[in-house]
Ligand binder design. Structure first.
Ligand SMILES: [Zn+2]
Length: 65
């Protein structure tokens, strides 16, 4: 599962088996977090990857738009 969360409040912007670019996720929400109203800037943000292939693996990573 590919998950993108708000760095401020943890709101889940996107969750799917298919990875999506951060820019597309930000654009889909209009550039603002609907929960904490913080602007989503196109800078490296933290995302949370959970890969389920027999073993669960949780990785924090920073992705540049
Ligand atoms: Zn937020």
């Amino acid at each position: 599962m590919f998950t993108v969360r708000c760095d401020s409040c943890g709101f889940k912007f996107y969750a799917s088996r298919r990875p999506k670019t951060i820019k597309n996720v930000i654009n889909a929400w209009g550039g603002t977090c609907p929960k904490c109203m913080s602007p989503l800037s196109p800078k490296p943000i933290k995302i949370f990857l959970k890969i389920e292939n027999g073993k669960r693996q949780e990785v924090w990573g920073e992705f540049l738009v």
